[in-house]
Design a protein around this ligand. Structure first.
Ligand code: NAP
Length: 485
């Protein structure tokens, strides 16, 4: 048997993707990896987001690692704390924690003499391979509203929830009606003294009841693990073929059906014509990231809940002012989203010949098949540019991308490859074919959303999820500059 080369791998981030990469390395028998994590716990977005009402809006049976089914999910779409517990459990079960440097922020990573030199406050360490797993929606976006800083009461971003503030007796202002604002509304509506929802743009809402799994179902899933697999495959097939995975990128009955369901949901749930008018978007369903929720419209109509659809003029110490009206508030919640284009920022990545990632991406973030960047050998990105991150399970995407990285890592271990980076030509061809496919997607039909890059085109994968898997299944080595030892 040939001797395998020992490789050192650095992973940045111990969220869902970073843990996934770690598990894949372990499964291949590689123990020489280090995960850098700036926080003091694993879980990424599920650690940072703790707002009331937080849950996944992808069925949990499918929002799980394929290699670690979970028969214990409490609900069809499980609450955030349960999902965070799942990732903590995976880290514990697999002994991944001993590889993690908690509280360690990567400042820069530089490719020199065939090695990645990773710099943290503690110094520099070299690795053969660098995997970035820094997540998609990590950097909170604060709104640029005049006077916001003057607000006298507690004020926080939805992903930095201040749990020391008691809510039931408060008048709460909620800015933002994306997936987060909708979940907060559904949870808090009717349970606090007053909830004022400041809506800049209405959202289409796809009705999604969230049923609880019975004890019997959980017991059956634990007894016969194959049932988890069946559930996983069922929801995967449904989402990818009969629902959003297809409807967003192809015209067809799936698009018509989903749009009709959103329209009917609004019509049947909101009888008051004036309120319905204010809740009706002037763009097509799914153009923004589709909101899926069970009780949003009901919550908006509960006592003490008020939808404010007039534009915010400014904030003052006592509250939010819209067209001359002061809405007095005790607490202000900013559910105003994230910088979806941050990727690895603020880490400075420097590839071959001193090329920085900022320079390489001067015209906007782009990658080869979402995972690799020309001029940056042995760098693999999980959830890189144009990953299919819309209304999908990001877990299966991370697994596919990690498997792709593993293919190259195994070639390196076997000594057949010393370094590999995609060619400029292959990357350009790939990005041009994506650009050509964008007009068929629903994301370009006339709305503003975090999907759109600075060129106005979506930074999303414009084909069905199966195509992403196919593109990553077997690397086309002719698309790479491959160096041997
Ligand atoms: P978002 O979708 O970007 O929504 C931000 C909201 O804030 C929008 O309603 C936006 O209005 C509003 N806003 C921003 N700046 C404003 C300003 N200056 N004045 C007034 N309103 C302003 O952010 P998000 O709701 O946090 O969701 C982000 C993503 O996180 C989702 O799309 C989804 O991918 C993910 N997420 C997933 C789940 C899940 O269950 N899996 C749950 C929550 C979030 P405009 O629409 O006018 O821009």
């Amino acid at each position: 048997m040939s001797q395998k080369r020992s490789l050192k791998v650095a992973i940045v981030g111990a969220g869902m993707s970073g843990l996934c990469m770690a598990a894949k390395l372990q499964d291949a028998g590689i123990d020489s990896f280090t995960i850098y994590e700036q926080a003091d716990e694993v879980g990424g977005t599920w650690r940072d987001n703790t707002y009331p009402g937080l849950s996944c809006d992808v069925p949990s049976r499918f929002y799980s690692y394929s290699f670690r089914p979970n028969p214990d999910w409490s609900k069809f779409m499980s609450p955030g704390p349960e999902i965070h517990a799942y990732f903590r459990q995976v880290a514990d079960e697999r002994g991944i924690r001993r590889h993690i440097r908690f509280g360690t922020e990567v400042r820069s990573a530089r490719y020199e003499d065939g090695q990645w030199l990773v710099t943290t406050a503690a110094g520099e360490e070299s690795f053969d391979v660098l995997v970035t797993a820094t997540g998609v929606l990590r950097v909170p976006r604060y709104p640029d509203i005049p006077g916001l800083e003057t607000f006298a009461g507690p004020k926080f971003h939805s992903s930095r929830w201040d749990h020391s503030v008691s809510l039931p007796d408060k008048r709460i202002g909620l800015i933002g009606t994306g997936s987060t604002g909708v979940q907060i509304t559904a949870e808090l509506g009717g349970k606090v003294r007053e909830l004022k929802i400041f809506q800049r743009t209405p959202q289409w809402v796809f009705p999604t009841p969230n049923l609880r799994y019975s004890r019997l179902t959980k017991a059956m899933l634990a007894r016969w693990p194959v049932l988890n697999k069946v559930g996983y495959r069922f929801w995967q097939a449904y989402i990818e073929n009969a629902s959003l995975g297809r409807a967003t990128v192809e015209a067809g009955w799936q698009r018509r059906w989903l749009s009709a369901m959103c329209r009917w949901n609004l019509r049947l749930s909101v009888r008051d014509r004036e309120l319905r008018r204010r809740l009706t978007p002037d763009y097509r369903a799914m153009c923004k990231r589709q909101v899926l929720a069970g009780h949003y419209y009901q919550a908006i109509q509960r006592p003490g809940v008020c939808l404010v659809s007039e534009a915010i003029d400014h904030v003052q110490p006592a509250g939010v002012v819209t067209d001359g009206v002061l809405h007095e508030l005790d607490v202000l919640v900013l559910a105003t989203g994230f910088d979806a284009h941050a990727y690895v920022h603020p880490i400075e990545l420097v590839g071959e010949n001193g090329l920085t990632l900022d320079e390489a991406w001067a015209d906007g973030p782009h990658a080869y098949r979402s995972v690799a960047v020309p001029g940056f050998p042995n760098l693999f990105m999980l959830m890189g540019p144009h990953s299919p991150v819309g209304n999908q399970s990001l877990v299966i995407i991370a697994e596919n991308q990690a498997d792709y990285a593993m293919w190259w890592i195994n070639e390196m271990r076997a000594g057949r490859v010393a370094s590999a980076a995609p060619t400029e030509a292959a990357t350009k061809d790939y990005n041009e074919s994506m650009k050509a496919a964008m007009p068929q997607t629903i994301w370009v039909t006339g709305c503003k959303s975090w999907y759109l890059g600075k060129d106005g085109l979506p930074e999303l994968f414009p084909w069905r999820p199966v195509r992403h898997r196919e593109l990553l299944r077997t690397p086309e080595t002719s698309h790479f500059d491959v160096r041997t030892a």
